[in-house]
Design a protein around this ligand. Structure first.
Ligand SMILES: C[S@@+](CC[C@H](N)C(=O)[O-])C[C@H]1O[C@@H](n2cnc3c(N)ncnc32)[C@H](O)[C@@H]1O
Length: 290
């Protein structure tokens, strides 16, 4: 194996051991591009030098920075707009019926990046004030990247970031300009909580969440790691809860813990619930679009 290939492998193995994300050989070209800022900051000349530094004991901080730089944090507000319509018009009304007694809904966004997905959900509730007035809504966002979670907690975004997915009305209603950027309103941020967690470590309490979003996070897990991640998601979802994946992702052929829900192409339900007949009531309206 050429020296550069061996160095790429050391870096890819580090990423995989910390996050489960695989960098197959055909995607290793990303390494130098993604790490160029770090190379400049640490005065590192190439991947071989970096790999040597990573092999030294005590390089924990550098290793963390490398992993964070290699993670793909791409996200934006109301990503896949149709899916948010399905949530607002189909899934949340159904959960409102099912939780009419407790008037409490708990949501987990696993792999939430810098928070846009979580805040889009919170804004969805705020846009229906009559329906949710006396409800307790909690939305937890988790991500393996501490840098992403740090930004999410601030609720502050650049002009470019809020232009991606936020309408003018939403900008006026939910954001104010500050010297550090556009800050989301306290009533929106106050519905959310962000924690740095690896989806592969985090064992949620059984049935803790009514709705789980895990979008564009499992794509680069190998099949066994993905199955493990689905196990954790399945543990965390209530028997009559819902799972939402990203566009182009599916549970089919990946896990036997979930089945496609009969509406919206990104929605899934726990399989045991289907067997018991407790989830897919005839009352559930079908979404017009996926
Ligand atoms: C492409 S972003 C998607 C963000 C958002 N869910 C969306 O769809 O817009 C994927 C996120 O998953 C996170 N991630 C990757 N591996 C993870 C793991 N093992 N545990 C938790 N988060 C992880 C990354 O840090 C990144 O922020």
């Amino acid at each position: 194996m050429a020296l550069e290939d061996a160095s790429h492998k050391i870096i890819a193995d580090l990423l995989e051991s910390r996050t489960g994300q695989t960098l197959t050989e055909s995607r290793r070209w990303r390494i130098s591009t993604a790490l160029s800022g770090l190379f400049r900051e640490f005065g590192i000349e190439n991947v071989d030098q970096l790999a040597c530094m990573l092999e030294r004991p005590g390089e924990h901080r550098l290793a963390t920075r490398v992993v964070e730089a290699l993670l793909n944090n791409e996200t934006y507000f109301f990503r896949d707009h149709n899916y948010f319509s399905t949530l607002a018009n189909t899934v949340l009304p159904e959960l409102a019926k099912r939780r009419a007694d407790s008037r409490k809904i708990s949501i987990w966004s696993a792999g939430c990046s810098t928070g846009q997905e979580v805040l889009s959900l919170a804004m969805t509730f705020c846009e229906q004030p009559g329906r949710w007035a006396d409800w307790k809504i909690e939305i937890l966002g988790t991500d393996v990247s501490s840098k992403a979670i740090e930004q999410a907690r601030t609720g502050t975004f650049s002009q470019f970031e809020i232009q991606r997915g936020i309408s003018v009305a939403q900008m006026l209603n939910f954001f104010s300009e500050t010297p550090k950027g556009w800050k989301v309103a306290d009533k929106v941020l106050g519905m959310t909580r962000f924690e740095q967690r690896n989806i592969l470590d985090y064992p949620p309490a059984p049935g803790r969440f009514d709705l789980v979003l895990c979008r564009n996070c499992l794509l680069y897990f190998d099949p066994e790691t993905r199955r493990n991640a689905f196990e954790r998601l399945a543990t965390g979802i209530a028997a009559d809860g819902f799972l939402m994946l990203g566009a182009g992702e599916t549970v089919v052929g990946q896990t036997d813990r979930f089945e496609p829900a009969p509406f919206g192409s990104a929605m899934y339900v726990p399989k045991a619930a289907i067997r018991s007949g407790s989830v897919l009531g005839d009352t559930l309206p079908r979404a017009a679009t996926a």
